[in-house]
Design a protein around this ligand. Structure first.
Ligand SMILES: NC(=O)c1ccc[n+]([C@@H]2O[C@H](COP(=O)([O-])OP(=O)(O)OC[C@H]3O[C@@H](n4cnc5c(N)ncnc54)[C@H](O)[C@@H]3O)[C@@H](O)[C@H]2O)c1
Ligand SMILES: O=P(O)(O)OC[C@H](O)CO
Length: 375
């Protein structure tokens, strides 16, 4: 890894830290095995096989569960080379090895890919403290954030602080099922200050059908990926109310504007250009038309808000997890705490609808009466 990767670590295991020498091959572990986690493993495994600077094998940590057949998910993945529950029908690559033991899955790895629903990252990081290599680099593909008493915390920051390692991010217009079928798409790597590390992540993820661009704006890239899920829920309400494409386009525009304002509220360093990368406008578009948050929000609105998101998620997604409902609650808390709810009417209304305080049709009232954005 690059120079910075070995200089700033504090509380991690020191195993392998002297491997930074000629002939050293990177080892990659993927922490998470949902739909996107499985696709991420497939992308990475294609490259580790083809690039001499990586060990072929990619470990993929599996949150173990027992399938209806009685077989363990991990065993089924290793037997079929498919994630039969979260990504059936797609071969991951023979060099992907599923492992239900988190410590064992990260052991020896110097490149860690975090890709679990954001509500689980707290426990995962806590159990990894002291277990990862001191020279490891991490990347987060997680679209969400942590809100602590002290305030909001990016997932990449949380991983960095908990494990004492640097953490970049990869976000973008990335519906996992389409990338699994090798349909062309783009993504954005957000990095802090080490371009060399960013290039290594770009190399690890890039394939002929997956184009990755590095951007030195980790906060902007990550917050775009996080906040677009809130806009997707608003778009789902519009679809559930059969309000049409013009209304949806208006919601997307309002949403993008609130995303930009919220990003700059938290981090004045966020760059305007970031919103024109795949992680920005492109992800908002794809998620508002083809994402799971949109789909479940549509069902919520069609049911008049009478069936909860939890119930609909369990019924419609079979174990996959929505991020938008939790995220908008967290965003709402941040804004309420700072007395800024009135400046973010779309985000506030989405939360009030999700939590049952307003009916789904309030998204219309929002559009008509509350368009009071700051410049
Ligand atoms: N699916 C996509 O198209 C897509 C695309 C880009 C980014 N993302 C983001 O990637 C992240 C991961 O999403 P995904 O689609 O891979 O997952 P998913 O929603 O498909 O699957 C849920 C995962 O959570 C795991 N899980 C359940 N309970 C758990 C627990 N207690 N502890 C740990 N893990 C548990 C399940 O085993 C499963 O692997 C999310 O932040 C998501 O927003 C998803
Ligand atoms: O299916 P969603 O709503 O979780 O969105 C998936 C991806 O984030 C789209 O880029």
């Amino acid at each position: 890894m690059g120079e910075n990767a070995t200089t700033h670590h504090t509380n991690s295991a020191n195993n392998g830290a002297n491997d930074n020498q000629i002939g050293f091959k990177s080892r990659v572990s993927v922490i998470g095995s949902g739909r996107w986690g499985s696709v991420a493993a497939k992308l990475v495994a294609f490259n580790t096989l083809n690039l001499s600077s990586f060990h072929d094998e990619v470990k993929m940590w599996v949150f173990e569960e027992t399938l209806q057949s009685g077989e363990k998910l991990t065993d089924a993945i290793n037997r079929t080379n498919e994630n039969v529950k979260y990504l059936p029908g797609i071969k991951l690559g023979k060099n992907v090895i599923a492992d239900p033991d988190l410590d064992n899955a990260v052991k020896d790895a110097n490149m860690l890919v975090f890709v679990t629903p954001h509500q689980f990252i707290d426990n995962i990081c806590k159990s990894l403290v002291g277990k990862v290599r001191s020279d490891a680099e991490a990347i987060s593909l997680i679209k969400g954030m942590e809100v602590k008493i002290e305030g909001p915390c990016l997932i990449s920051t949380y991983i960095s602080e908990q494990l004492g390692i640097n953490c970049s991010v990869l976000m973008g217009a990335n519906l996992a099922n389409e990338i699994a079928e090798e349909k062309f798409s783009e993504a954005t790597v957000g990095y802090r200050n080490n371009r060399e590390i960013a290039e290594q992540w770009v190399q690890l993820f890039t394939t002929p059908y997956f184009m990755v661009t590095p951007v030195q704006d980790v906060e902007g890239v990550e917050l775009c990926g996080t906040l677009k899920n809130v806009v997707a829920i608003a778009a789902g309400f519009v679809d559930g109310l059969d309000m049409g494409n013009n209304t949806k386009a208006a919601i997307i525009r309002f949403g993008l504007r609130e995303m930009r304002e919220f990003c700059k509220l938290l981090f004045s360093s966020v760059k305007d250009d970031t919103f024109f990368e795949s992680c920005g406008v492109a992800d908002v578009i794809t998620t508002c038309f083809g994402g799971r948050n949109r789909k479940v929000a549509e069902a919520f609105a069609r049911n008049g808000g009478k069936r909860s998101f939890d119930e609909l998620e369990a019924e419609m997604l079979q174990g996959q997890k929505l991020q938008g409902v939790t995220t908008v609650r967290e965003v709402y808390e941040v804004l309420r705490h700072r007395g800024l709810l009135e400046l973010f009417p779309l985000f506030a209304t989405v939360h009030e609808i999700c939590s049952g305080c307003l009916p789904p049709s309030a998204i219309v009232i929002y559009s008509e009466k509350k368009n009071i954005f700051p410049v």
